[in-house]
Design a protein around this ligand. Structure first.
Ligand SMILES: CC(C)(COP(=O)(O)OP(=O)(O)OC[C@H]1O[C@@H](n2cnc3c(N)ncnc32)[C@H](O)[C@@H]1OP(=O)(O)O)[C@@H](O)C(=O)NCCC(=O)NCCS
Length: 163
């Protein structure tokens, strides 16, 4: 299924920039979404740094967020999270596409991200959206008592065949 089948209005979806006032609701999604969630301070730092921090709402309910940095022609997807109760409805795909559209507007030509090797839902999403594995950071993430590799993925944002 592609992410654009039903309009966002029909689904009651709102994408909007994250604000400090959202951080309690963002953290509620974050701690449910990840085994090793970011702290509220990390989100605050991202907002202060001017990163592209967006939230997705269904009606009044904040159900997902995405954070991206864009600099020197590259974007880094730093966080993409949908509350488990709302996963599997193409919301992650819509959030990702939103972030990549912003990156293109900001003249980024390549998108990068890192993902846990065991995170199959996320890897499937990224592959389906045109990301390819470009590298590995061994033992990058904490996992239980040990560590887990990060897969580095990249996607070109420009059509190399276009003028
Ligand atoms: C990764 C994540 C953002 C995906 O969001 P989502 O809204 O559930 O995903 P979508 O419904 O948009 O699915 C889009 C694609 O993702 C993949 N996908 C999603 N859930 C999957 C699952 N459980 N198993 C396999 N693939 C899955 C599929 O390719 C799917 O495409 P399809 O529906 O055409 O088959 C979500 O699982 C999440 O928030 N996980 C916790 C946080 C996280 O790990 N973020 C990624 C950090 S790198």
């Amino acid at each position: 299924m592609s992410g654009g089948d039903a309009s966002e209005g029909q689904l009651g979806l709102t994408f909007r920039p994250m604000a400090d006032e959202d951080l309690t609701a963002v953290m509620a999604v974050e701690v449910e979404g990840y085994s090793h969630p970011w702290s509220q301070d990390i989100f605050r730092d991202c907002l202060r740094a001017g990163y592209h921090c967006w939230v997705l709402q269904v009606g009044e309910r904040l159900v997902g967020h995405g954070v991206m940095s864009v600099a020197v022609g590259e974007c880094q997807i730093l966080n993409l999270c949908v509350h488990p109760d709302w996963q599997g409805r193409q919301f992650g795909r819509r959030l990702l596409r939103r972030l990549l559209a912003i990156a293109r507007q900001r003249q980024a030509d390549t998108a990068f991200l890192e993902v846990r090797r065991s995170n199959h839902p996320a890897i499937h999403l990224y592959q389906a959206e045109g990301f390819c594995e470009t590298g590995l950071r061994r033992n990058y993430y904490p996992k239980g008592q040990g560590r887990e590799d990060a897969i580095i993925m990249a996607k070109p944002l420009v059509n190399l065949l276009a003028d």
